[in-house]
Structures are given as structure tokens and as C-alpha cells.
Design a protein around this ligand. Structure first.
Ligand code: MD3
Ligand code: FE
Length: 203
């Protein structure tokens, strides 16, 4: 199904289904090469969400700031390549939402265990806000908080489930958003966790 929730923001429930059999092993291979780690924010806080990346650049945070970096600071090596199945899924979802020719350079992969959350923030480390961000939810369901251009805008809440894809472009590209603390549970494929992948055009 396709549901528009704001200017340029489209929810595609279950869009992952036809890709899932290929996607899960591809994800496992990435995490083997570049394991999840808890980043430290410039403010010195350890994030409750663990992260890794694939693609030609990856998003990193450390005491010196936020940036996209071609090198994984843990391994000293380039991030794992973005698998074809992920490129295709992201491009197909963007097409479905009206953003043709989406070619992401980065895929940030977030892992939530019960209790982990992501505070309200804007995604502003990319150079071109005309490109959307495509996000894929896997594993345990989460409550996604979708605010507005001001941090003080009261967020709307959406439950994102395993297999849901969302595309965030247009004026919603710079809206504040976050994820409420993950409720405990057990998912048949991924166990006691939620994984979110976000595809970004960085340059
Ligand atoms: C709305 N991740 O990695 S994905 C992030 O579920 C991030 O892990 C969340 O926010 C997660 O930065 C939310 C959905 C999402 C991603 C980017 C957006 C929604 C967005 C950018 C603008 C507006
Ligand atoms: Fe974000």
C-alpha cells in the first residue's frame, strides 16, 4: 500500500516482501564485515542505537563531530559495498514515491534493542536536500515520531513494522523525527531487535 503522510513523505507498507529472501543474508554479510558499534555524539553521549554502514561513504559521529567518511574507523578499511539488492530496493521505493533516479551513496544501518531510542533530530549532513531519504524497517515494530521544521512541533506517531519502507523527500526532508524507546518483543526472523536502514544521497 502507498500512503502519503506529508509533502514528499510516503509510507510503503510491506514493500520489502519481494526482496526479503535476498536482503537478510546481504545484511548479515555487511554486519560481519563492519559490526554494529555505539557511536559517541559530539556532546560526549554514547548512543543507545548501534550503527554501521555500507556504501562508498558511511555516517559517523565522534567527539569531533558528525560526517560522512569513506573509511570505517573501526577497521580502517572502506565500508562494505552496497549490495545490488539494497540499491534496487531503495531505487524502486523512491520511484514508487515519485523520486525517479535515486542513486544513494550511503546506507546507514541502525540497530535497536529493547529500550534503545533515537531523540528528535534533523538529517542535515547531506549536501543535496532535493534527494529523498529511503528507510527500511526490519524486526520488532517501533513508534516513529514525525515532527515538523521546528523542534517544538508536536510529533505525529507512526508504527513501523517489519517490511515497511518510507520515503522522505520534498519539504518533509528537513522535518524533525525520532524513534520512541523500543518495546520488548521477539521477532520471528530477527529476534529481539529492530534494524533500520536509511539510504542517502550524500554529495
Ligand atoms: C524524516 N533513523 O538514521 S528512519 C536516522 O528508524 C533516523 O532508525 C530512524 O532517523 C530509524 O537518521 C528513522 C525514517 C526517517 C529517516 C530520515 C528522515 C525519517 C525521516 C529524514 C527526514 C524526515
Ligand atoms: Fe534521521
Amino acid at each position: 500500500s502507498r500512503e502519503t503522510i506529508a509533502d514528499g513523505a510516503v509510507l510503503l507498507r510491506g514493500f520489502v516482501r519481494p526482496f526479503e529472501a535476498e536482503l537478510i543474508p546481504a545484511l548479515r554479510a555487511i554486519v560481519k564485515q563492519a559490526p554494529f558499534r555505539h557511536l559517541i555524539t559530539p556532546g560526549g553521549h554514547r548512543m543507545s542505537v548501534a550503527m554501521t554502514n555500507c556504501g562508498s561513504v558511511g555516517w559517523v559521529s565522534d567527539p569531533s563531530g558528525y560526517r560522512y567518511d569513506p573509511i570505517d574507523p573501526v577497521s580502517g578499511q572502506p565500508w562494505p559495498e552496497m549490495p545490488e539488492v539494497l540499491r534496487r530496493l531503495a531505487a524502486d521505493a523512491a520511484d514508487e514515491a515519485g523520486f525517479n533516479g535515486f542513486a544513494p551513496e550511503a546506507c546507514l544501518i541502525n540497530r535497536y534493542v529493547p529500550g534503545a531510542k533515537l531523540s528528535l533530530h534533523q538529517d542535515k549532513d547531506e549536501l543535496d536536500y532535493r534527494a529523498p531519504i529511503v528507510s527500511i524497517s526490519l524486526g520488532l515494530p517501533a513508534i516513529f515520531l514525525f515532527g515538523g521544521l521546528q523542534r517544538s512541533d508536536t510529533p505525529r506517531r507512526y508504527r513501523l513494522e517489519h517490511g515497511d519502507v518510507a520515503v522522505w523527500g520534498g519539504s518533509s526532508r528537513l522535518f524533525y523525527h525520532g524513534v520512541a524507546p523500543l518495546a520488548d518483543g521477539e521477532h520471528s526472523v530477527l529476534g529481539r531487535q529492530r534494524i533500520n536502514l536509511t539510504f542517502r544521497k550524500v554529495r
